[in-house]
Design a protein around this ligand. Structure first.
Ligand SMILES: Nc1nc2c(c(=O)[nH]1)N[C@H]1C(S)=C(S)[C@@H](COP(=O)(O)O)O[C@H]1N2
Ligand SMILES: [Mo]
Length: 413
């Protein structure tokens, strides 16, 4: 694989495309760098105690295009993460996407008062305080979360609009399997129902097999306590499952003998077994975040295409990039470790010739599953490709169109 990789030094040394860039670099090496005037600026006690980003960094979350926040009732609806501005594979907690809190604001939970109860078909019902949980063996893992509503529409302008309802964090907590073993799951149990503490509860039924496998009862996010919008003080992580299963403000887990209908199931399950089967695990998905919608390439020459890939089926094994609208594909490089069910950053050297073109990415996960095209999905459901209703989470290959003036547009438009 290494021998096929484009040589990084080769790119930086040579090529007419880079001539301008290289000359600029040489010049500034000889000359003095421009002097930055450092203005003394008062730093507040608060900023010393808990840091802020530079005031020159302005990247923000934005409401989903179809439903602005807050709405007429003051409620916050889904808010997209600015994927075009992120580097690496971790989403900063302050920029993590946020999903609807149905009928309630973010609950203000005092961790000293918070309890997690495990009951139902168990030998020993248990109630844990936060301190109890933190005394237990912990694990730290990177996992993405993605809302089932994360689907690209032709009207979307930016990658924040098309793909911003996913984020990846480093989560710390206790394995749910440890808690369930402690409680002693009884024979005949086959599901768990996880419930959150806020008004409409965010309850979900999860197969017991998944609960005993890799689910996390998490209190940590990116090195500190989980943020209130992400479920402070405790959330369930069901790696690779749709966002709706990732119960925030987790307060109760009931072990049960059958699937429970909860508020979350409304509009979410289907009598069509093929649709229903798509309901939990998110398929392999990737998107190019640079260049992406709304950006403009200043002119022909060298660019580093960058993007994210993730899968509910495990670790990302391969990402390919096409610069000719899907006719030919070349391997991209994975630039961050590919952890199971976590965002993985890819990069790809590209020399733009200044002509109109279409960029796409597609990934393959450790199960060997390849991200499908819209055409493949349309064929499967026997629907026209421009009208196909993608069931489950939309993980189809996504195109960005580069115009000859360098501007980047949504290729579905
Ligand atoms: N308690 C509770 N948990 C919840 C929800 C909720 O409304 N309440 N929303 C779910 C949905 S639909 C999604 S997509 C994810 C979003 O997680 P985030 O807001 O941390 O990104 O949380 C899930 N867990
Ligand atoms: Mo969601």
């Amino acid at each position: 694989m290494d021998s096929k990789r484009p040589n990084r030094r080769g790119f930086l040394k040579g090529g007419a495309a880079l001539a301008g860039l290289a000359a600029g670099a040489a010049q500034s090496a000889k000359a003095q760098p421009p002097v930055t005037v450092l203005r003394a600026k008062g730093v507040s006690k608060e900023q010393v105690a808990y840091g802020d980003r530079s005031r020159h960094e302005t990247s923000i979350r934005t409401p989903v295009a179809e439903r602005t926040s807050p709405d007429a009732f003051g409620l916050v609806f889904h808010v997209n993460a600015p994927l075009q501005d992120l580097v690496g594979s971790i989403t900063p907690s302050s920029l993590h996407y946020v999903a609807t809190h149905r009928g309630a604001f973010v609950p203000d939970i005092d961790p000293k008062e918070h309890r997690l109860m495990i009951h139902g078909m168990v030998d020993r019902p248990l109630i844990f305080t936060m301190d109890d949980l933190k005394r237990l063996p912990f694990v730290t893992r990177q996992h993405f979360i993605e809302c089932a509503g994360n689907r690209a529409k032709p009207t979307h302008m930016t990658v924040q609009d098309t793909h911003g309802l996913t984020s990846s964090s480093e989560w710390t907590g206790v394995l749910l399997s440890d808690l369930l073993k402690e409680a002693g799951v009884q024979k005949g149990a086959s599901w768990i129902v996880a419930e959150g503490a806020e008004e409409v509860k965010g309850a979900s039924s999860i197969p017991l097999g998944k609960a005993m496998d890799d689910c996390l009862v998490a209190y940590g996010q990116n090195g500190e306590a989980i943020r209130p919008q992400q479920g402070y003080p405790l959330r369930l992580l069901v790696p690779g499952f749709e966002g709706i299963f990732q119960t925030k403000y987790l307060r109760r887990i009931k072990v049960v003998e059958q699937y429970y209908m909860t508020y979350n199931d409304y509009g979410h399950i289907s009598e069509d077994p093929r649709t229903a089967a798509l309901g939990n695990q998110i398929g392999p998905k990737s998107v190019i975040t640079f260049p992406s919608g709304g950006q403009k390439l200043p002119g022909p020459g060298f660019y580093e295409i960058s993007g994210l890939a993730w899968s509910g089926g495990g670790a990302i094994r391969r990402v390919e990039v096409s610069t000719d609208g899907g006719k030919t594909w070349k391997d991209a490089e994975l630039r961050t470790p590919s952890y199971p069910m976590a965002h993985t950053r890819f990069g790809f050297h590209w020399k733009w010739d200044g002509k109109e073109c279409e960029l796409q990415s597609r990934c393959t996960d450790e199960l060997g599953t390849v991200q499908p095209t819209r055409a493949q999905v349309a064929k499967y459901w026997n629907e026209p490709v421009d009208k196909v209703r993608v069931r489950g989470t939309d993980n189809t290959v996504f195109p960005w169109r580069i115009a000859s003036d360098g501007s980047v547009r949504n290729g579905l438009a």
